[in-house]
Design a binder for this molecule. Sequence first.
Ligand SMILES: C[S@@+](CC[C@H](N)C(=O)[O-])C[C@H]1O[C@@H](n2cnc3c(N)ncnc32)[C@H](O)[C@@H]1O
Length: 311
Amino acid sequence: VGALSHQPVLLAPTIELLAPRPGGVYVDATLGAGGHAAAVLERSGPDGRLLGVDRDPRALGLAAERLRAFGPRVRLAHGRMSELPAILAREGLSSVDGLLVDLGVSSMQLDDPGRGFSFQADGPLDMRMDPVRDEPLAALLPRLSEDELARALADLGEVPRARQAARRIRAALAEGRLGGTRELARALGEGARAGARIHPATRAFMALRLLVNDELGELDSLLASLPAPLAVGGRVVVLSFHSLEDRRVKQRLLELEGRCVCPAGLPVCRCGVQTRMRRLTRRALRAEQAEIEQNPRARSVRLRAAERLAA
Ligand SMILES: C[S@@+](CC[C@H](N)C(=O)[O-])C[C@H]1O[C@@H](n2cnc3c(N)ncnc32)[C@H](O)[C@@H]1O
């Protein structure tokens, strides 16, 4: 599977909002195939630098090839976005001019049956973005109670009749019928309403993937660290693909913008709310129809951006 099969989503607005400047220092916390990163490097001139972080060692390998032409301007680090403060410290970067976060899995991960993200082809019950440090679905699943599983399916995937779906998964597991992703999809399909527009397993697979990789926890940690990793004037751009992700980004950026809650008419603010960042997007940006037709991943994207203000 080639790195080029992954097309960067909302590339033009991402670059416009991140606004790389000559000689700037940037972090791509979800490097993937390095598509966005290459564009940042092109825009930041011969002295611009980029640190690319990914929890998937294979993605780092592909990105290293793709970004080789940029030579020592690129540094790569294996790690999670929740570890960004420690990674930056290790790299000797006290603050950066821009931070890019493009959430979720890449098409390279999705399309590789061996990684277990998909039921289009059979694969192991895995779904780890980081096969070095994390635990595969096959190990996690037997530990989940019916309640936990039903809650994950309902909350993370909005799976209809999640309780029944959880029961079916647990029954298939107990009967030894859950060898791979096809069997998991079959277990989820049983009892599903005929003629459903999307396969009943689609939402469940997304929920389980979010769970295996603690994707919301990862995002929460990264958002909580803001604005510290950014220099004054530094910008963050986040691309989300799930309403639960976008809601978190939206809330955190509003919080960082700091709304004065003083009673109207006070001559000076006394509530002490601090404005630490300024939103660059009032509403989330979405992809145009033309991009969606070319790249189905763009269908659900929501982009939000903000800039760090002087303390
Ligand atoms: C959608 S892809 C990024 C694509 C990239 N923007 C490009 O243009 O090629 C997301 C990447 O982020 C990585 N990733 C997801 N969650 C992560 C996390 N919490 N920490 C580090 N990397 C993560 C995945 O392994 C995947 O390679």
